[in-house]
Ligand binder design. Structure first.
Ligand code: SF4
Length: 300
C-alpha cells in the first residue's frame, strides 16, 4: 500500500555533488509550481492511503515559500511531513532558527540534514550543525544523512562470497555517482545481481513525484506521468508485472532486465544499482515514457 509521497520539489541545487543520483546542480532545470503542487495534493487526497509527505530535491529550501505552502497543505490534510536539505541556509544559529521556526509551528515531523564531506568542506564546522541544533531547540525531530567516499571492505554479507571485496560508504551508484565515483572500484559478476535490493517494485510504499509529472518508483524509473493521467489512477492501475522495466527487475533483478532486452554489458559491476542504472540507460530510447526524465541519466 502506498503511504508516502516524496516531492522532488526541484532539480536545482546550490551544490553539484559527485554522489548525486539525480544529476542536480545549479543549472539543472525543473521546479514545481504552486499549481502543480495543489493538483498533487488533490490527488493525494483521492488516493486516501498516504500518511507521509516529504519535500526534497535538489535543494528544496531554494524554493522556501513552496516548502512552507506544501507543509501547510499536508498538515491541513492531517499528513506527517519531512524535509531533506543540505542546510546551506543555516549561516548562524539565529538564522537557522529564523528559517525553521515557521516549519516548527506547522508541526514538521522530520528534518533530514546532509552532514558529510560531499556537501560540506568540514565535518566539524558546517551549516548542518546550527541547522540541527536549531531544529532541536524548536522541537523538530532531526536526523543527519552522512554519505562517505566509497571504501573497499572484505565481503561479509550473505550475497557475497567470503573474502570478495564489497564497496561501502553508502553511495548509491546511480546518476552522477556512476560517472564520478566508480573508477577503480572492484566489481562482481553480473549474474549475481538477480534482484533489486532496495525498492519494493511489486507494491511500492512510496514514490517520488517530480516537476515534470513523472512518478518515480526508483530514480529515473517511472510509473507514468501525472500530468497526463491522474496520480490516483496511475497508482491504482500499476501492475509491476506488466511494467516493461519493473516486470523483468522483479523476475530476476538487473541481470534479467539485461537478458530480456539483450542489452550488451560488461561482466562486472559494483552493485545491483550500478548494473541496473547502466542497463536502463541503454533502454531509454526504447521506453522513453518509463525511463525518464533524461536529465537524471545525465543526458540533457
Ligand atoms: S537502481 Fe534498480 S536495482 Fe537499484 S534500487 Fe533502483 S530499481 Fe532497484
Amino acid at each position: 500500500m502506498l503511504t508516502g509521497i516524496h516531492f522532488l520539489l526541484t532539480y536545482a541545487c546550490n551544490f553539484e555533488c559527485d554522489h548525486c543520483f539525480l544529476y542536480c546542480g545549479p543549472s539543472a532545470e525543473g521546479t514545481f509550481t504552486i499549481k502543480k503542487l495543489v493538483r498533487a495534493f488533490e490527488e493525494i487526497h483521492r488516493i486516501g492511503t498516504i500518511e507521509w509527505v516529504y519535500f526534497e530535491g535538489g535543494e528544496p529550501f531554494l524554493f522556501y515559500p513552496l516548502v512552507l505552502e506544501g507543509v501547510r497543505f499536508a498538515r491541513g490534510m492531517g499528513l506527517k511531513t519531512g524535509v531533506v536539505t543540505n542546510a546551506y541556509w543555516a549561516t548562524s544559529p539565529e538564522d537557522a532558527e529564523l528559517w525553521l521556526a515557521p516549519l516548527a509551528s506547522l508541526g514538521l515531523a522530520d528534518l533530514s540534514v546532509s552532514d558529510d564531506q560531499f556537501h560540506h568542506d568540514s565535518e566539524e564546522e558546517n551549516p548542518a550543525k546550527p541547522a540541527s541544533k536549531a531544529a532541536e531547540r524548536l522541537g523538530i525531530p532531526v536526523c543527519s544523512i552522512c554519505i562517505e567516499e566509497p571504501t573497499v571492505e572484505a565481503g561479509a554479507s550473505k550475497t557475497q562470497e567470503k573474502g570478495e571485496p564489497v564497496v561501502g560508504g553508502g553511495v548509491m551508484f546511480r546518476g552522477r555517482a556512476v560517472e564520478k565515483l566508480t573508477e577503480g572500484l572492484p566489481g562482481r559478476q553480473w549474474e549475481e545481481f538477480n534482484e533489486c535490493p532496495y525498492e519494493e517494485l511489486d507494491e511500492p510504499k512510496r514514490v517520488h513525484i517530480d516537476p515534470y509529472g513523472h512518478v518515480h518508483i526508483c530514480q529515473g524509473l517511472s510509473m507514468g506521468n501525472m500530468d497526463k493521467n491522474p496520480l490516483s489512477s496511475l497508482v491504482k492501475d500499476y501492475r509491476a508485472g506488466l511494467h516493461p522495466i519493473c516486470g523483468p527487475l522483479l523476475k530476476g533483478g538487473p541481470a534479467q532486465l539485461a537478458r530480456e532486452y539483450k542489452v550488451e554489458h560488461e561482466d562486472r559491476y559494483i552493485d545491483a544499482c550500478h548494473f541496473c542504472y547502466l542497463v536502463r540507460s541503454k533502454l531509454i530510447d526504447k521506453f522513453p515514457q518509463y525511463l525518464t526524465p533524461k536529465q537524471v541519466y545525465g543526458l540533457e
